[in-house]
Design a protein around this ligand. Structure first.
Ligand code: HAM
Length: 413
């Protein structure tokens, strides 16, 4: 028997209503904020991610699902920001409107060690605003994430923000950090010792307890920020205060992808355990021009949908199909008639189904009950002769015989 690939998940029919509810809430909020949906392919040239996320990023180093085809290497997208910037440039979306506000919902793929809240195929609900460096957009994007969480009735999350500054500031931060830790390098974990050369900023968000202790004593502040970036970050914080969005400034928040500049943020939830990030995002003001597009600012974020659902938990009996009409045919002739009735119901947009297994009346009634049908239509020899149908209300238990040509009216009232 075949089993699903490790780190993937079957989203079963019972879970679908919850997924759809989360997606629908997000779609309607994106729409209120004037974002439009974009659906890039799940496969891109691997080089797009190497270039965008950075050769030293963990995702690029170890986590990409690669597909080799002749001389080309494709990757199943580990995230969508790079794809959307590629699509923005390739389709000249900047010519259509200077500010593109886009959202997406779909699967991402990372070759990670599976654990609770960490999958190899997972889903993002995310957005990207391309075409502005304005701090007001940062405020909009962070408050949009907050609005979605509130609309999903999720409580107890923390919004953590930081500013990495512009590219020069990031280099400055890396310099300050190297200076401060080089004397204690032997006390860091092996991975951090490698990060010291490759991408020292990643040392700041190492989860290793002993590394965390040293980092906590470093007194990282905003001294790496130039006056413009300091001003930008102040405006972001001021805007969030104005909207009463609660947040915490975390100087250690750096994020694992190279493209970030200035504002970065993460939304965490304690109940998630080790993989506590519900969402993450930030500004990437140099990525669009780096990939050959115009020199414009951009910012976005993505929710991990599986993690959102872990927090919001299963709803009560979400699969109840309250409006289902169940047709039971007794005998071959009646079965033909039932086929025509089903087609008629469906043309009228009435959710309907039947038992194809030739069950007895008792068995078919049980099936109707299991399907949570609101009423059952029974056609047997008697009904066929008279041109009638027996209609049973599954809630009141009442039963009546009606003429076939009255059926739709009877069901609709
Ligand atoms: P990310 O932090 O890599 O950022 O992923 C965003 C969210 O996806 C995480 O906070 C987490 O909830 C979820 N996630 C990540 N990896 C997994 C996994 N293996 N299993 C389950 N959930 C996971 C990005 O991908 C950026 N593209 C976000 C962004 C958009 N930045 C700017 N625009």
């Amino acid at each position: 028997m075949f089993k699903k690939v490790a780190g993937t998940k079957d989203i079963l029919p019972l879970e679908i209503p919850q997924w759809q509810e989360t997606e629908n809430i997000s779609r309607s909020i994106f729409s209120v904020y004037n974002y439009r949906e974009i659906r890039p392919p799940v496969m891109e040239e691997a080089a797009l991610f190497n270039r965008s996320l950075g050769e030293s990023a963990e995702i690029v180093q170890k986590q990409m699902f690669l597909i080799k085809n002749k001389d080309e290497t494709y990757a199943l997208r580990p995230e969508a920001t790079a794809s959307i910037v590629r699509a923005y440039i390739e389709n000249s979306l900047d010519k259509a409107s200077a500010l593109q506000k886009l959202y997406y919902i779909g699967p991402m793929f990372r070759l990670e060690r599976p654990q609770k809240g960490r999958l190899r195929q997972f889903h993002h609900i995310g957005c990207e605003v391309i075409g502005s460096g304005d701090a007001g957009v940062d405020v909009e994007v962070i408050s949009l994430a907050d609005t979605i969480l509130k609309a999903c009735a999720i409580e107890g999350y923390q919004i953590k923000i930081n500013s990495l500054g512009c590219l020069d500031d990031k280099k400055g931060l890396a310099r300050i950090l190297r200076e401060s830790i080089k004397g204690q390098l032997n006390d860091f974990c092996q991975e951090c010792r490698q990060r010291f050369d490759r991408n020292v900023l990643r040392v700041l968000d190492c989860k290793n307890e002993s590394c965390r202790k040293i980092i906590a004593k470093l007194n990282i502040s905003d001294r790496h920020l130039c006056p413009d970036c300091k001003e930008h970050f102040s405006l972001v914080k001021q805007g969030l205060d104005d909207l009463k969005v609660s947040y915490e400034v975390l100087p250690y928040l750096v994020r694992g992808l190279d493209y970030y500049t200035r504002t970065v943020f993460e939304i965490t939830h304690r109940e998630l355990g080790a993989q506590d990030a519900l969402a993450a995002g930030g500004r990437y003001d140099k990525l669009v021009s780096e990939l050959g597009g115009p020199d414009v600012g951009a910012i976005g974020f993505a929710f991990g949908v599986e993690r959102l659902l872990l927090i919001s938990g299963p709803k009560n009996n979400p699969d109840k199909n309250k409006d289902l009409v169940y047709v039971i045919a007794l005998g071959q002739e009646a079965k033909r008639e039932a086929g025509k009735i089903l087609a008629q119901l469906r043309r009228e947009n009435i959710a309907s189904d039947t038992d194809y297994a030739g069950k007895s009346l008792k068995g078919a009634m049980r099936q109707a009950n299991d399907s949570q049908a609101k009423c059952v239509l029974i056609i047997g020899e008697e009904e066929l002769k008279k041109g009638t149908i027996t209609l049973k209300d599954m809630i009141s238990g009442q039963q009546k015989e009606i003429r076939q040509d009255e059926l739709i009216r009877a069901l609709k009232c």
